[in-house]
Structure formats: C-alpha cells, structure tokens
Ligand binder design. Sequence first.
Ligand SMILES: Nc1nc2c(c(=O)[nH]1)N[C@H]1C(S)=C(S)[C@@H](COP(=O)(O)OP(=O)(O)OC[C@H]3O[C@@H](n4cnc5c(N)ncnc54)[C@H](O)[C@@H]3O)O[C@H]1N2
Ligand code: MOO
Length: 410
Amino acid sequence: MRSVEEHQRAVADLIRPRPPVTVALSDAEGLALAADVIAPISLPVFDNSGMDGYAVLADDVAGATPDNPVTLPVTEDIPAGRTDIPTLTPGSAHRIMTGAPVPHGADGVIPVEATDGGADVVRIGAATTRGRHIRPAGSDVSAGATVLRAGQLVNAPTAGLAAALGLAELPVQPRQRVLVISTGSELVEPGTPLAPGQIYESNGVMLSAAVREAGAEVVATATVADDTAAFTGVLERYGVYDGAVDLVITSGGVSAGAYEVVKDVFGRDGDQGVHFVKVAMQPGMPQGIGRIGGAGSGAAIITLPGNPVSAQVSFEVFVRPALRRAMNLPSPDRPRRNAVLREKLISPAGKRQFRRGLLDHETATVTSYGPPASHHLRYLASANCLLDIADDVTELPAGAEVQVWDLTGW
Ligand SMILES: Nc1nc2c(c(=O)[nH]1)N[C@H]1C(S)=C(S)[C@@H](COP(=O)(O)OP(=O)(O)OC[C@H]3O[C@@H](n4cnc5c(N)ncnc54)[C@H](O)[C@@H]3O)O[C@H]1N2
Ligand code: MOO
C-alpha cells in the first residue's frame, strides 16, 4: 500500500498548471495573477478636490474666521466630470465638488461647511493652507509603478485597482477545468422517485461543489451506469479527448466487485495510463490516478472511491491541494492545528485515519463526530474539521493532542 504522502505527491505531479491567459476583469476574480501589473496611468489621474467646497488661493483667505469672513465672487462651477479645466484668477473662488479637477492657479479647497454656500458670491469663514483638500495627481500611483505582483490573488480591492487604472483585462493563471463523473447503476437524480435498490446520486453534486470551492471550474457533472460504453461516451461528449478538460474526477467503480466500470474502462494493470492503487488511509483506500490517452498527454484522471465520505475526504486530502497549487491559489492546504481530544478514540493499525470532528476554535478542543465508516455522510456534512490520526496510532486517550485539518479555513 502507498502512503498518503506518496499519493499526495503523485496527484500534485499529475495536476499541472495551464498556460496563463488574459481574461476580462470580472472573470479574473478569485484567480492568481500570472504577471506583475504595471500602472499605465497615474492615480489620481489629475489634481482633484477632496471636498465639496470652493477652490481658492490660500493667500486670498488668509486670516478668514467665522467672525471675520472673506467674501469672494464665485466665477466657475466645477462638478465632477467637467472636462475643461478653468483657471482661477486671484480674488475669486470656484465652486468645486469632490473628485472634480482643481482649477489652474488654485492651491486650496475650503469645505462648503466653512462657508455660506453662496452660488454667485461666497462668504468664507476659514483660512486654508497650500494643498489643503487637494489630492495631487500621482499621489496614490505613479504611471509605470508595479502595483500588483504575479501570484497575487485577484480579489475585490485588486480588481478595483485594476479597473481604476483602466485595465479591462488581467493576465491570470486559469481555472482547472474539471469533469465530474459519478458511476453506478443504482444512482438516481434527486427529485425523481426511487425504485427498490436505488439511491440518490450525491457524490457528483458534492464533488462539483468541492471543485468550485477549491477555485476550479466544473465542465459538467455526469452520472453513468456501470456500463463502459456509457462511461467513454461521457468522456467524448465533454471533450476529454479534445483538450477541453484538464482533470476527470470519477467516484465509484474502483474496488473489488464484479461491476467496476472505471477499472473496466481503463484496465486493471495500468497499461492504459491509469493505475489503481491502495492508499494506507481510512476512509479512501482504493484510489486511481493517471492520464487518459497516455502518460505525457491527455486529461488527468483521479478515480475516487464511491462511498460518499471516502470520496469527499479523498478530495480534501489529494485533489483540493493539488488543484489549488496548479492554479497558484493561496493556502492550498487546509490550516492544520493541534487540539485536545475530548474523548478516547481508536484507529486501525497501519492506516492513517481521517475522522470527522467538531473543533472548538476557542478552547482548541475537538470531539470526533460520527462513526468511522465511510457511508456516514450526515456527520461529514456538519463537521468542521478532520482529525488526522497517524497510521501507527491505534488508540488515543481523552486529553491527547491530535492534529486537525480545519475545514472552515483557507
Ligand atoms: N471486497 C471488497 N469490497 C470492498 C473493498 C475491498 O477492498 N474489497 N473496498 C471497500 C472500500 S474501502 C470502499 S471505499 C468501496 C469503494 O468502492 P467503489 O469505489 O467501487 O464504489 P462503489 O462500489 O461504486 O460504491 C460504494 C458505495 O458508495 C455508493 N455510491 C457510489 N457512488 C455514489 C454516488 N455518486 N452517490 C451516492 N452514493 C454513491 C454506492 O451505492 C455504494 O454504497 O468499496 C468497498 N468494498
Ligand atoms: O476506503 Mo473505504 O473509503 O474505507 O470506505
């Protein structure tokens, strides 16, 4: 059996970054920048007012106080968006709005609150200093400066900065394109009646959500019966052989039964580029890994076990970190921390066990949540961590320190 670390490395090697692309700003959100961003213009673009008020010459209002105001004629009105820039003649004021270009010759702005707000003539009850309430061109960003670095995540403020600089597109590390396939003749779509022996398909929904949460794109979520032709038909339909998919994630059909469609399609001995291995972990022992169409080319494929908890835990342990690394996204691994176990726990010898848990962040204590068997999806659904129990540990007493993976963290 291979170790969890060995399989993690194999999956990380398999899922390779796509070449960078340039995309519209709205499509760049949540992706890593693939290159530094150089400011094409300065910010602010022009000297502009930081206040609604009156542009003046500081010398003209020297000594003005509420009891001893200075009265000036208002010779221009400058709303934001005015594109001609007037010149202030000494001894006059221009009414100006926040963000509007400061007229040539003005060196200060008096906020409207310190005036009587006059439209033709204004009484100004405060002095000002040179540059007061004027935001100089280039005081935030100088044209030519490197404002964002390759690898930085495009988030709300970075997207905002790019837009402020007039950039409609950004170079990014694109999302991995993932096709999720659930296998099993017993599976029925939620919302339709169940016949005896049938169950509702849940892995596809769950793994697709996990793919998107990891920052990747779901090309499609398909369900196929245990039928090799149906399976390869799905690969063809969604362009797996045509370069439209980077990674195929399957669930089910990889254990030791008579109808193991995934093993039947790719062969059990690895000669078709997909290797079926046992990983010393619980849940998630039967795994498959390879490339459809041969080692060097084609889409990557990870075949996850069908038991729902096995599938989701395997995704957390192997696929999520590799996907995020390939997209250069931050925190590919869930945050890990030590917590004190609140009750005794047993674990199988020779397997690294990932138990579902409830972590109390404040007290750094953890309780195991639900039984270890891999069909107990209910407990995983409300767990907030995985307890990571080493393969040589068979029993942990209450009060023991245990490593947990914080599923609420990034
Ligand atoms: N003789 C052996 N039997 C099994 C072994 C073994 O080593 N020898 N391994 C067990 C372990 S561990 C696991 S995990 C499972 C993995 O089996 P498969 O990957 O082949 O999965 P299936 O048999 O197709 O399904 C297992 C279980 O999960 C349900 N399932 C599958 N897909 C879905 C889905 N999309 N939505 C909801 N539920 C799904 C399926 O109905 C089964 O109950 O094998 C053990 N057996
Ligand atoms: O590996 Mo299976 O996941 O134990 O149930």
